[in-house]
Ligand binder design. Structure first.
Ligand SMILES: Cc1cc2nc3c(=O)[nH]c(=O)nc-3n(C[C@H](O)[C@H](O)[C@H](O)COP(=O)(O)OP(=O)(O)OC[C@H]3O[C@@H](n4cnc5c(N)ncnc54)[C@H](O)[C@@H]3O)c2cc1C
Length: 405
């Protein structure tokens, strides 16, 4: 007893500093430029690969941290540098999580290294679930996967939308329906290997924020992948579908839910990084900027804003760390603690960045200062990886045991 501590250990402090240095010296100076260009920041990804930040090794070590905090710490620092570039570098982990969550150990060994490639030949991964008519409601996916026993191949057809790294990734993990009559319980995940015929990028979206991160449609037209690309394997899928058809539990939705809950704090940590950036910037500004013969921070109206910003940021971090620790140590998310962390950190980032604009006044509204960009960037955190409404649904269902709609 007596060993509870919120102090980071030596390893964590070192990594935090290392990632922060990268964010400060390599990411932040080019953040505005890549936001304007709205293109994938390959030179930054290359630097991240060269120093080992963009690598399987780094991610595997961060994951292995027994406290669960290494990944959120990394995300907070990177996103403090720039959330769009952070996603351009770490969007690959969405695909990696998709493979880990459903793949056999052999499939993990085969595909996960290919998600990263090498510093000489960088590869990216994408995780494609959302469709034009299936966003929050993932049970209604239309993308179909049909098994061709003659060739032991799966044939995928459909259109995915809003996919981070969609079309530019080397590995696409695609969720498709094998038996549409079973809703989400009739779905399975497939790896589409590099250069597979029939997979094409559709439109690339022009976004409000995180513009250095590539978001596009992925069109699948008679995409044939070998049988071994079905994550988890056919035997397991057939067993699962049989169980569902007999009216027994698939056992899968619970596992999938646990995976999502465990990865949500990582997303919350990105929002946290943006909020902290905006808070630090506006605190400095408020001490410098003089009106009526005094620094604007001497007015309670401004100082209290900053007090609330700092408090909500710290509260976000505590929720993020708690959920990350729970995920890593196998605790049950009884009240949707993963959802809480992403929801609270996302909404805090939107609120804090708006306050930051207010503190900077007219300057805050211009592109000469970064706070307007941070506000634009923050908004995605109430939308992707489950909207704020969906997070509230998860929490409400968990705490009540009632199937709230
Ligand atoms: C930049 C970006 C990157 C993305 N990256 C990926 C990716 O890599 N892979 C991927 O698969 N997807 C990705 N997405 C998709 C993202 O996850 C979806 O946009 C999100 O799940 C919401 O779906 P939707 O946009 O269709 O909104 P909808 O589901 O149509 O929701 C519209 C509104 O209705 C609300 N709503 C819906 N259902 C309910 C309900 N039952 N109760 C209360 N309110 C409800 C929502 O909260 C929202 O406010 C990305 C999206 C963006 C914008």
């Amino acid at each position: 007893m007596g060993d509870f501590s919120l102090e980071l250990n030596e390893d964590q402090t070192q990594i935090q500093k290392w990632v922060h240095d990268f964010a400060e010296h390599t990411v932040r100076p080019v953040a505005a430029e890549w936001d304007e260009r709205e293109a994938t920041p390959w030179p930054v990804i290359e630097e991240a690969a060269q120093c080992g930040l963009y690598s399987l090794d780094f991610i595997a070590n961060a994951w292995a941290d027994p406290t669960g905090l290494m990944l959120p710490i990394t995300m907070e620092e990177m996103s403090w540098g720039d959330a769009g570039i952070c996603l351009a570098i770490f969007g690959t982990t969405l695909g990696v999580v998709g493979i880990y969550a459903n793949g056999t150990p052999e499939q993990v060994m085969e595909w996960v290294p290919q998600c990263f490639g090498t510093p000489e030949k960088i590869q990216l991964a994408a995780f494609a679930v959302s469709e034009p008519d299936a966003g929050s409601d993932v049970s209604s996916l239309r993308t179909r996967a049909v098994y061709d026993a003659a060739t032991d191949e799966w044939v995928l057809n459909g259109t995915k939308t809003w996919i981070t790294n969609g079309g530019i990734a080397d590995i696409h993990v695609v969720v498709a329906s094998v038996d549409p009559s079973l809703g989400s319980r009739g779905q399975a995940s497939f790896v589409v290997p590099p250069k597979t015929a029939g997979l094409a990028q559709g439109q690339k979206f022009k976004k409000m924020g995180i513009r250095a991160s590539h978001t596009a449609e992925v069109v699948l037209t008679d995409v044939r992948v070998p049988g071994r690309c079905l994550l988890g394997g056919k035997e397991k899928l057939d067993e699962r579908l049989a169980r569902v058809r007999e009216g027994r539990s698939s056992g899968r939705s619970q596992a999938a839910m646990a995976t999502f809950e465990a990865s949500r704090p990582t997303v919350g940590a990105q929002a946290l990084g943006i909020a902290r950036a905006a808070y630090e910037f506006s605190l400095d500004y408020a001490k410098e900027r003089k009106q009526f013969g005094r620094a604007i921070i001497e007015n309670q109206a401004i100082a209290f804003k900053l007090a609330d910003m700092k408090m909500r940021i710290d509260a976000s971090r505590l929720l993020v760390w708690r959920a990350a620790w729970m995920g890593r140590t196998g605790k049950t998310f009884e009240s949707g603690e993963g959802s809480m962390s992403k929801l609270f950190a996302g909404e805090t980032a939107v609120w804090v960045t708006e306050q930051a604009i207010q503190i900077l006044g007219g300057y805050g509204y211009t592109r000469d200062y970064p706070v307007e960009r941070w506000h634009r960037d923050s908004k995605i955190y109430t939308i992707f990886e489950g909207t704020s409404e969906i997070q509230r649904l998860i929490i409400a269902r968990n705490i009540s045991g009632v199937h709230i709609k």
